[in-house]
Design a protein around this ligand. Structure first.
Ligand SMILES: Cc1ncc(C[n+]2csc(CCOP(=O)(O)OP(=O)(O)O)c2C)c(N)n1
Length: 283
């Protein structure tokens, strides 16, 4: 039998729990949630210094999900790590929920910043990093951006300010899944994020967005930087690991039935056993 390591299993469970939560809601941001499952598994599978039983632990590392519409994937990771009961996932995006569609730090244990208005999260992350430095803390601040989100001017104001302040404990990720709400990033307003961030004085490189070992390695490299903030561009596929989303070009936000979810979950387990997870054959 194929040996499935703990972080790979966690990424599969993040995908499965997200698919199930969105199935119960009936719809949701499936494409961009799937493409961050792997980086979340790396972060919450051991890279981040956190205490799930004490979400506000002052010495923790922080995560700002700047593409806040993908909250359901982060909720799945948090629930699986024990921040709150798994059955909260049944309430995603329902009236009265503590797990709204977009992240709200006042509602959910483990959510460090309220996000959803694209472009703002990276500014908040830079501010948190600066504040922590002023307090003499060495905590890292991670931030996940979308590649479409990079069209927001505020991202580049934050990038300039973070470089000016030499916020070396700020480590951003760009989910380079090449698509945004209703089209390809390259057709709407593209450009190479690595080159752009380098032009802003950041340490920047690109890795395969589902290569867990490579992501871990680059987090360690970024954590040793003393001169500037770092960005790790994750080359991903929108909807990756979820069969019905992979098949659909317009997979930003989908209506999801039980049958679709059952099929997708079975396919995840099949790929794991076949050793082709998450991308499937021929990816
Ligand atoms: C300021 C702002 N404008 C528009 C939106 C609506 N919106 C939500 S997601 C999205 C597309 C984002 O694309 P990308 O950053 O590539 O995210 P991903 O494809 O990874 O989901 C848009 C335009 C928003 N949330 N905030």
């Amino acid at each position: 039998m194929t040996q499935i390591d703990v972080k790979t299993r966690l990424s599969a469970d993040i995908r499965i729990s997200t698919i199930r939560a969105l199935e119960r809601a009936g719809f949701g941001h499936i494409g961009g949630s799937m493409s961050i499952a792997d980086v979340l598994a790396v972060l919450y599978g051991g890279e981040m210094r956190v205490r799930p039983q004490e979400p506000d632990w002052p010495e923790r590392d922080y995560l700002v999900l700047s593409k806040g519409h993908c909250g359901p994937a982060l909720y799945a990771a948090l629930a699986l790590k024990g921040y709150f009961p798994m059955d909260w996932l049944d309430t995603v995006n329902q009236p009265g929920t503590r797990l709204p569609s977009h992240c709200d730090r006042l509602k959910t244990p483990g959510i460090d910043m309220t996000t959803g208005s694209l472009g703002q999260g990276i500014s908040a992350a830079a501010g948190i990093a600066l504040g922590l430095r002023l307090q003499g803390k060495d905590s890292r601040v991670f931030c996940i951006l979308g590649d479409g989100e990079l069209q927001e001017g505020q991202v580049w104001e934050a990038a300039a300010a973070a470089e000016h302040r030499k916020l070396n404990r700020l480590i951003a990720f760009v989910d380079e899944n090449k698509r945004q709400l209703d089209g390809y990033v390259a057709d709407i307003c593209g450009g190479d994020p690595v080159e752009k961030f380098r032009a802003f004085g950041w340490n920047a490189l690109r890795v395969c967005g589902w290569d867990l070992a490579a992501i871990s390695r680059e987090i360690h490299v970024a954590s040793e930087q003393s001169n500037a903030p770092s960005v790790i561009v994750l080359e991903t596929i929108k909807g990756i690991g979820c069969s019905f989303a992979e098949r659909e070009l317009a997979n930003h936000y989908m209506v999801i039935s039980k049958q679709m979810a059952d099929e997708a979950v079975a396919e995840i387990e099949r790929r794991l056993l076949a050793g082709v997870y998450p991308a499937g054959e021929g990816a």
